[in-house]
Design a binder for this molecule. Structure first.
Ligand code: GDP
Length: 602
């Protein structure tokens, strides 16, 4: 890199309109703690997971020697999109010419009992390359299959209600989501929730219309329901491939795999197999004989035995590595799930893992991460409120108010939804991402985090786990028991956004001491500023005998025939007033500016 001028370009970084402290620290090659300290010294209290706006980030970036420019908006961004998963961002940092295609990673989501487990098992049974005979007894968190010479990686995400948060994580790690919908039951609450998670994780959806063998299957009705949640089937000219299958009878599975490969072909599913080594922790458990066994999905680089990996606060040298047939392997490539031995404690599923040069570095990184955690705990006292979200609207960071609504009964949900839907105005929208009956659960909060939404409860409370998660993830939960209070709050907030209140602030007064008639320009008031200041960009009121006889902007402001921005009390100046020529000696000019008022308090 010998070209001159290259160095200055290296210091320019692109940032989005909002960014988490963690992500920002990564971009400017600094530790989150440094960034948090720097923010504090600028009067901003933020924890590692909190969003800071572009302007704030730009100030901190400048202090750390970078020039920040606003990132170009991607054209395909839709309302519900969450932040780009970290691993995707990391892959996009790899040199583009070293990227190679990798197998698509697929996760299966859907409502309970719609057939996720049956489908996962059926695909594995019929397609595992070189699969050994015998029943499927052991639970496997991830596996790869081969179909027409194409490899596909499947991730399992526990379907039990207690693990709903895991589903969001599953979607986060996947390239494509297969949404299982039972043809006899149709679109259900968890179907909608799963679809929302997929959209938040930017993973396209293929619908597996399952249980088509059942006599009470109603595929057309289900397709209609799918269309209603924005998954318009391709046969109706929509974008969503819907594949009828029976997981139980193992029919339609080839079509489903074809559909997955078709969708994958139209995406850029790539990684650098020679690049930095990282991926996602899929699952981990402590085994009596082997110690901690961790299932990792390699997403970039090639992971080898002997390497030291770190995931959250867990780390260790890989002693042995196994593929999904429990065969010992020495190396794993992108999109390959592996089970590894040697990590010192059970890492958190969903965490990013990375390799690191040596154990000493791993240890000090763990210490740093613990410090971070403490800082987060401290900063947690201030949770992100509805008001702050509204501030973000005002800053133009978010153009819509995203809501997740939980209510006690369907009867109250409907009027809430319809009155909220009527509220959108212009390009400021109220967007209901998810609405259903039942108490506020962890998965609602998870969805809110992923999509930067607020959770609204009507006659329902948040359960303990949800409350805890809301606290750490800084999600705002608001509860109401009267519908009009709820709608009133939202309306007030939106109104505040749409019509920010303008207030006049008087900044100074000047007295007219002489009037100069200048040909072609008009009359200029020779003034002395007697209070505050008069600014070139201010408006003036012309006051004569205590009556306002004109109001409007200035045309010119000069001192000693030089144009100036402002003139302070005690000084003389010449003022020209736009569209007003009748100025007289003795008039008082009151200068004022228009300021935007703070958003309405809620
Ligand atoms: P999950 O909760 O989504 O993982 O659902 P399971 O895979 O456990 O399936 C729930 C029930 O539906 C089980 O009794 C399955 O045998 C049954 N099931 C799954 N797929 C099919 C199918 O294609 N046809 C029929 N008739 N039953 C199915």
């Amino acid at each position: 890199m010998s070209e001159s001028g290259h160095n200055e370009n290296e210091k320019i970084i692109e940032l989005p309109v909002t960014i988490t402290v963690r992500e920002f620290a990564r971009i400017i090659n600094s530790s989150p703690i440094e960034v948090i300290k720097n923010l504090m010294s600028n009067g901003v209290i933020a924890n590692i997971n909190q969003q800071i706006d572009f302007d704030t980030a730009a100030i901190v970036a400048a202090e750390m020697g970078y020039e920040a420019v606003l990132e170009k908006q991607e054209t395909d961004i839709e309302g519900e999109l969450g932040e780009i998963p970290l691993w995707r961002r990391l892959i996009s940092d790899e040199p583009p010419d070293l990227l190679e295609n990798r197998p698509p990673v697929v996760t299966i989501l859907g409502h309970v009992d719609h057939g996720k487990t049956t489908l996962l098992d059926a695909i594995r049974k019929t397609n595992v390359a070189g699969g050994e005979a015998g029943g499927i007894t052991q639970h496997i968190a991830a596996y790869q299959i081969e179909h027409n010479n194409n490899v596909i990686t499947f991730l399992d995400t526990p379907g039990h209600a207690a693990f709903t948060a895991m589903r969001a994580r599953g979607a986060q790690g996947a390239d494509i989501v297969v949404l299982v919908v039972a043809a006899d039951d149709g679109v259900m609450p968890q179907t909608r929730e799963a679809a929302a998670h997929a959209v938040a994780a930017r993973a396209p959806i293929v619908v597996a219309l399952n249980k088509i063998d059942k006599s009470n299957a109603e595929p057309d009705r289900v397709k209609q329901q799918l269309a209603e949640i924005n998954l318009v089937p391709d046969e109706w000219d929509g974008d969503t491939i819907v594949v009828p299958i029976s997981a139980k009878l193992e029919t339609g599975l080839d079509d489903l795999l074809e559909a997955i490969l078709l969708v994958a072909e139209n995406m850029e599913i790539q990684a650098n197999p020679k690049g930095s080594i990282f991926g996602t922790v899929i699952d981990a458990k402590r085994d009596r004989a082997k110690g901690v066994m961790t299932t990792l999905l390699v997403q970039n680089g090639s992971l080898e035995v002997g390497e030291i990996v770190i995931a959250g606060e867990a780390f260790g040298r890989i002693k042995a590595m196994f593929d999904h047939h429990s065969r010992r392997i020495n190396k794993a490539v992108p999109s390959q799930p592996v089970s590894v031995m040697g990590i010192n404690k059970v890492p958190v599923a969903g965490d990013l893992f990375q390799t690191i040069e040596n154990e000493r570095k791993a240890r000090s990184l763990v210490v740093e991460r613990r410090e971070e955690k403490k800082l987060i705990a401290k900063a947690s006292a201030s949770t992100l409120s509805l008001e702050q979200l509204f501030d973000r609207f005002q800053a133009g960071e978010v153009r819509e108010l995203r809501l997740i609504i939980k209510a006690d009964v369907q009867g109250s949900l409907e009027p809430i939804i319809s009155s909220l839907n009527d509220m959108s105005e212009g390009d400021l929208n109220v967007k209901i991402l998810h609405a259903e009956t039942g108490s506020i659960s962890e998965s609602d909060v998870m969805l809110a985090t992923a999509s930067k939404a607020i959770v609204i409860g009507f006659n329902v409370e948040a359960d303990e786990a949800a409350r805890r998660m809301a606290e750490t993830e800084k999600v705002s939960i608001r509860s109401y028991d009267i519908i009009y209070r709820l709608t009133e709050d939202i309306e007030k907030a939106l109104k505040g956004l749409l019509e920010p209140e303008e207030i006049e602030v008087v900044i100074g007064k000047a007295e007219v001491r002489a009037v100069f008639r200048i040909s072609r320009v008009g009359n200029i008031a020779g003034c002395r500023v007697i209070e505050g200041e008069i600014r070139r960009n201010s408006n003036v009121r012309v006051i004569r005998d205590n009556k306002i006889i004109h109001e409007g902007p200035l045309l010119s402001l000069k001192r000693h025939s030089e144009d100036v921005h402002e003139v302070r009390a005690g000084y003389e100046c010449g003022i020209g007033i736009k569209d007003f020529n009748e100025i007289e000696e003795g008039d008082i000019l009151e200068g004022y500016i228009i300021e935007i008022a703070e958003p309405a308090e809620l």
